[in-house]
Design a protein around this ligand. Structure first.
Ligand SMILES: [Zn+2]
Ligand SMILES: [Zn+2]
Length: 389
């Protein structure tokens, strides 16, 4: 069994990261407030800062995370280069190191010894503490990421990472400052403030997105879905979904959920810059949501003393479970039929059979959605009837 949160104080300080975080944060609490009070900052400085913030943030979420971390789609080299340049500007390490660590995070999520930013080691650790010391859990094992080692853009950025960082963080704000005749405004707002805000927006995904929100898909780890957090993290606030279906190019899976990263990837696909976008079939999403409702209902039952009303609800729950198991079995059977029907592809029968199967899958997905709502209200009734043991 894993030990609870531990305070690893023996690891040596990671000076480059610690100094970089201190150097970029200090002007925000010292020089910037004074400058804003004493000087006028041009509108251009604010507008370009926002644009740079978005391009840095989404180079991390669409590029570092969903493309290289999870292979959720394939990208044209031009798009990869944009991600590599503006991602380096976010100063969160090279793609190679970032994506390697992130894959470990998914493989060992919450493990206090192996997850590089385990939420079980506390909020501070998962937010920023993990970067301040050279913990063994952060040491990358590149032998496990051969696909990244073969990616020319990843390796070029990794080899020249420092130049990418310095060139973008000093070059872009200073050049724009010259252009708009507001050098200090650009250096402070588009340089320092943009970088610090960009840092903490991303860090929230490791800290808040593992602590605050709901768990509609899985209770097996600390990841949470949080609509409010999605606003600041370019759509990565739907982290509970993401930890269950990490290869999906979407995190906010419903069309209305605020996930600008998925809209960016879909737009790039439309422009021919991205392809092979991976989507989890709706059936699997609905199955996970219904199974989660059952899990929570059973937890409520286990925490209560039995009484007659509760036993009635329990019987209803068991009936729902039987129906759920039958639906899942029906879907599994359809999948195996689909496989054997693939052999009939050359025959006329095939098209008709595929249409029939597609309609059946749609009906199953609809039935699961309806059942989820039923089980959800059953769970609420159960919780209302609970008498603590
Ligand atoms: Zn996570
Ligand atoms: Zn991820």
């Amino acid at each position: 069994m894993q030990s609870p949160a531990r305070a690893p104080i023996n690891a040596p300080i990671n000076w480059p990261a610690a100094l970089m975080l201190a150097f970029t944060s200090l002007p925000i609490v010292t020089v910037l407030p004074w400058y804003l009070w004493a000087h006028h900052v041009s509108a251009a400085a604010w507008i370009f800062s926002a644009l740079l913030l978005a391009s840095n943030g989404m180079s991390i979420t669409a590029g570092y995370h969903r493309l290289w971390g999870h292979r959720a789609y394939a990208a044209h080299p031009a798009l990869k280069w944009l991600y590599a340049i503006f991602g380096a500007m976010a100063v969160q390490n090279s793609i190679l190191i970032w994506a390697t660590a992130h894959r470990v995070h998914h493989r060992h999520v919450d493990d206090v010894d192996h997850d590089p930013y385990s939420a079980k080691r506390g909020f501070w650790f998962s937010h920023i503490g993990w970067m301040l010391r050279d913990y063994p859990s952060s040491r990358p094992d590149f032998a496990r990421v051969p696909d990244l080692l073969e990616d020319k853009v990843v390796m070029a950025q990794h080899r020249h990472y420092l130049w990418f960082v310095l060139g973008t963080n000093f070059g872009i704000p200073i050049s724009l400052g010259f252009l708009f005749n507001d050098i200090w405004g650009f250096v402070l707002i588009a340089g320092f403030l943009r970088l610090v805000v960009s840092h903490h927006f991303t860090f929230f995904i490791n800290s808040l997105a593992h602590a605050w929100g709901r768990q509609p898909f899985t209770g097996l780890n600390t990841a949470r879905d949080n609509d409010f957090l999605a606003l600041f993290t370019w759509g990565e606030g739907y982290h509970n979904y993401h930890h269950l279906f990490q290869w999906d190019y979407r995190n906010g899976v419903r069309w209305w959920q605020f996930d600008p990263t998925k809209w960016l990837i879909a737009s790039c696909a439309w422009l021919g810059l991205a392809r092979d976008l991976k989507r989890v079939p709706d059936f699997k999403i609905q199955r996970a949501r219904v199974a989660r409702q059952f899990e929570r209902a059973r937890e409520a039952l286990a925490s209560s003393r039995p009484h007659s009303r509760l036993l009635t609800l329990q019987t209803q729950l068991e009936n729902e479970w039987t129906q759920f198991s039958e639906t899942v079995a029906h879907w599994t059977q359809l999948q195996s039929e689909k496989l054997s029907d693939a052999k009939l592809q050359m025959q006329d029968k095939w098209e008709h059979s595929e249409l029939r199967q597609r309609l059946q899958v749609l009906a199953i997905e609809r039935a699961l959605r309806v059942q989820r709502r039923r089980v959800q209200s059953l769970r609420r009734s159960l919780m209302a009837e609970c008498v603590p043991v």
